[in-house]
Write a protein that binds this ligand. Structure first.
Ligand SMILES: [Zn+2]
Length: 303
């Protein structure tokens, strides 16, 4: 009798998808609940964030984890939240610390990124680097089992709207803020913005030669104009619009000081040696401060 009931239960339940209101604690120590059905996972401070967005028509993931170990933890958490599959994966940027875990979710997940992401991921795909990352620990090697490079199925240009179940996600290209293909995501009903790596939380961004502070300030202005309630950066703890304000303040101050020194006729090297920013004394990634100064110098010199 018991066996027969179990069979009936299995048979009937296969017609229903389950969706559970789970607390972040039930998912694991590194999860944070943002709103009903929306959870952020960060393995450790400054690792990339992964966001689970549950919808009536499946799950949308924002990025896939700092490492495949994180991807598997997210996968296990997902199964506690819903029986539905991952339908879409959106990349805020193409770097491997946001995309390496794609293979764990796709297929069936359809990967979406801005134009340029596929080329960036293919350029960076290097077996020697992967071997180095796997060699970190036996658990990491295990997590890489089945690894293959999974590049975007869809590359959009400038703007894209994705409607999944009851949710709407607006994707915006952010030009010259961090990588070749940065995407901000805006959920208008939930008032959540994903900033990609355009802003950081008490940490210097890594400014490659093409990164533009004026373009980054435009991106921040655009995101502030959305009037978000929750701000989820590419790395660092989610918070409020203060994250955007703080970053804007930092860049304005940096431009002001570098601009004043350049006006006095100081060279880039002199500015790098002399410039002090006590406001950022508690920030991480100080080795990146010189490339922040370079970006500010490019901006004030108009090059
Ligand atoms: Zn990156």
């Amino acid at each position: 009798m018991k066996v027969r009931l179990a069979f009936i239960f299995l048979f009937v339940s296969s017609f229903f998808v389950f969706s559970a209101q789970v607390s972040a604690q039930e998912l694991g120590p590194h999860f944070k609940k943002i709103k009903d059905g929306i959870y952020v996972y960060t393995a450790q401070l400054n690792d990339s964030n992964v966001t689970i967005i549950e919808t009536q028509e499946g799950v949308v993931l924002v990025d896939t984890g700092q490492t495949p170990k994180d991807s598997h933890i997210v996968m296990a958490a997902l199964k506690k939240v819903t029986s539905q599959p991952v339908r879409f994966i959106i990349h805020t940027e193409p770097h491997q610390d946001h995309t390496v875990g794609n293979f764990a979710f796709s297929p069936p997940g359809i990967v979406i990124a801005h134009a340029g992401a596929t080329a960036s991921m293919k350029n960076a795909d290097n077996p020697a680097n992967i071997e180095k990352r796997m060699a970190v620990s036996p658990e990491m090697r295990e997590a890489y089992k089945g690894y293959r490079l999974v590049t975007p199925n869809i590359e959009y240009r400038d703007k894209m709207t994705l409607n999944v179940g009851e949710r709407t996600l607006e994707l915006y290209y952010l030009k010259n803020v961090h990588s070749e293909a940065d995407t901000a995501i805006w959920l208008p009903k939930e008032r959540i913005v994903f900033t990609a790596a355009s802003v950081t939380v008490k940490r210097f961004g890594n400014h490659r030669p093409f990164v533009s502070i004026p373009d980054t300030l435009s991106a921040i202005k655009m995101m502030k104009a959305l009037n978000p309630e929750v701000v989820i950066p590419g790395h660092g703890a989610p918070g409020t619009a203060k994250i955007l304000d703080d970053m804007e303040q930092y860049y304005n101050l940096l431009l002001e000081r570098v601009g004043a020194m350049a006006k006095q006729g100081k060279s880039l090297d002199e500015i790098k040696k002399e410039l002090r920013m006590p406001e950022t004394a508690d920030w991480e990634g100080k080795d990146r401060f010189p490339n922040n100064i370079e970006a500010a110098y490019r901006a004030v010199k108009g090059s």
